[in-house]
Design a protein around this ligand. Structure first.
Ligand SMILES: *Cc1c(COP(=O)(O)O)cnc(C)c1O
Length: 392
C-alpha cells in the first residue's frame, strides 16, 4: 500500500487516466480555437467541444444548448446569482438560499445584499436538511430566485431537491442548484427535479481543475442571465473568452465515465464508507455522525470524535489526507459554519473529520485508515483530562 492515502475527495479528485488520455491531443497537435470556423483546426476544436457539451448534457438530462462552459462551480454560482439578479431586476429583489451553502453562494449573496438585494438564509434541521416548507414560507412576490445545493460539501447530505423544485415551479420562482458535489455521484435530472440553473465542476468528478458548467434552462421557462464577463460573445454571450478545449474534452469524458459507472461506484464506495464507520464505531466510544444518516452521498462520512481536536488528529495521521471541521485560515481556528448550523456545539465541531472516499481508494486503504483513526483517537484521548473525567 502506498502512502500518503487520499481520502479528501470532496475537496478535489484526481484526473481519471481515461480523461487525461482524451485530453492530451488537444494541447499539442489539435490546438485549434473553437471559434475559428474558417479552418480545419478550429472546426475540429468546435466539433469536440460540441461532443463534450453533449456528454455533460446527457449526465443531467438537458439539451446541449443549455450548457454554458465556465471555469468551475465558483464562477457558475456567481453567474447564476448575479446574472439572475441583474436580468430579473424589474421582477423583484429577493433571493432565498440556505446557511449551509458553499462560500461561492454565500459570499455572492452577501455581495448582492450590498447592492440592495434582499436575501433570506434558511436554517437547516439538526440532520443538515433544508425544510421545503420553509422554502415555501420564505417566498414573497419579490422572490426571483431560490438557490439550494443538491449535496453539501462537508456533511454530504442530499437536500429534497425535487420537492423544492416543485414549489419553485408552482410559485413561478427560478430555482438554481449547486451540484458540484452531487454531479456524477447520484442521478440528476433537471426536468424531474424542476431545476432551472445548475452549477457543475469537473475537478470534483475526476476531470481537470479550472473547468465547469452552468446549466441554464432554455424552455418552460426560457431563463435569461446577464453576463459577468463581456468580450468575444462565446457561450451565447453569457461567458465570453476562448474556450479551454482540452479541459472541456476532459470534462465531457469525465461525465461519460461517471454516467456509465455511477451505480456500481456508488455501491462500492458506500460499502467502503459503511465499513469505515463500522471500524470506528466498534473501536471507539463518544463518536457522533454529523448529518442525516441515509440522505447522504455514498462516499461521505463526517464524524465528531469528542475530546479530540480534529486538527490534532489530522496532524497525528499525516500519511492520510483528510479534512477537519475547523478552518485554520486565521490564527484562531474557527469551527465549520456548516456544523454550527446543525446546532453542533463548538467543541464537537472542532473535533470533526470529513472522510471523502473516491474512485481509486482500495479496501486495504479503508481498513488501514479505520485502524489508524481508532488507535490515534485512543492515544490522543489518553492525554485529555476531560475524557478521563468522562470515562470514570
Ligand atoms: C468545490 C465546490 C465549489 C467550487 O467549485 P470550483 O470548481 O472549485 O470553483 C462550489 N460548490 C461546492 C458545493 C463545491 O463543493
Amino acid at each position: 500500500m502506498k502512502t500518503p492515502i487520499f481520502m479528501d475527495h470532496h475537496s478535489t479528485t484526481p484526473v481519471d487516466p481515461r480523461v487525461l488520455t482524451a485530453m492530451m491531443p488537444f494541447f499539442t497537435e489539435k490546438f485549434g480555437n473553437a471559434a475559428s470556423r474558417n479552418h480545419s483546426f478550429g472546426r475540429e476544436a468546435e466539433q469536440v467541444v460540441a461532443q463534450a457539451r453533449g456528454q455533460i448534457a446527457h449526465l443531467i438530462h438537458c439539451d446541449l444548448k443549455e450548457i454554458i462552459i465556465t471555469s468551475g462551480a465558483t464562477e457558475s454560482n456567481n453567474i447564476a446569482l448575479k446574472g439572475i439578479a441583474e436580468a430579473y431586476r424589474d421582477k423583484g429583489n429577493h433571493v432565498i438560499t440556505a446557511v449551509t451553502e458553499h462560500k461561492a453562494i454565500l459570499d455572492t449573496a452577501l455581495r448582492l445584499e450590498k447592492q440592495g438585494m434582499r436575501v433570506t438564509y434558511l436554517p437547516v434541521h439538526s440532520d443538515g436538511l433544508v425544510d421545503p416548507g420553509a422554502v415555501l414560507a420564505a417566498i414573497t412576490d419579490q422572490t426571483i430566485l431560490i438557490s439550494i445545493m443538491i449535496a453539501n460539501n462537508e456533511i454530504g447530505v442530499i437536500h429534497p431537491i425535487a420537492q423544492i423544485g416543485k414549489i419553485a415551479k408552482e410559485k413561478g420562482v427560478l430555482f438554481h442548484t449547486d451540484a458540484a458535489q452531487a454531479a456524477g455521484k447520484i442521478p440528476i435530472d433537471v426536468n424531474a427535479m424542476g431545476i432551472d440553473l445548475m452549477s457543475l465542476s469537473a475537478h470534483k468528478m475526476y476531470g481537470p481543475k479550472g473547468v465547469g458548467a452552468l446549466y441554464v434552462r432554455k424552455k418552460n421557462p426560457r431563463v435569461r442571465v446577464a453576463p459577468l464577463i463581456d468580450g468575444g460573445g462565446q457561450e451565447g454571450g453569457i461567458r465570453s473568452g476562448t474556450l479551454n478545449v482540452p479541459g472541456i474534452v476532459g470534462f465531457g469524458k469525465a461525465c461519460e465515465i461517471a454516467e456509465e459507472e455511477m451505480e456500481q461506484e456508488g455501491a462500492r464506495l458506500a460499502r467502503f464508507r459503511n465499513r469505515l464507520q463500522e471500524i470506528i464505531w466498534n473501536g471507539l466510544d463518544e463518536v457522533y455522525l454529523n448529518g442525516h444518516p441515509t440522505e447522504r452521498l455514498p462516499h461521505n462520512l463526517n464524524i465528531s470524535f469528542a475530546y479530540v481536536e480534529g486538527e490534532s488528529l489530522l496532524m497525528a495521521m499525516n500519511e492520510v489526507a483528510l479534512s477537519s471541521g475547523s478552518a485554520c485560515t486565521t490564527a484562531t481556528p474557527t469551527p465549520s459554519y456548516v456544523l454550527r448550523a446543525l446546532g453542533i456545539e463548538s467543541d464537537l465541531a472542532h473535533s470533526s473529520i470529513r472522510f471523502g472516499l473516491g474512485r481509486f481508494n482500495t479496501e486495504e486503504e479503508v481498513e488501514y485508515v479505520g485502524r489508524r483513526v481508532v488507535e490515534t483517537v485512543k492515544r490522543l484521548r489518553l492525554m485529555s483530562p476531560l475524557y478521563e473525567m468522562f470515562s470514570v
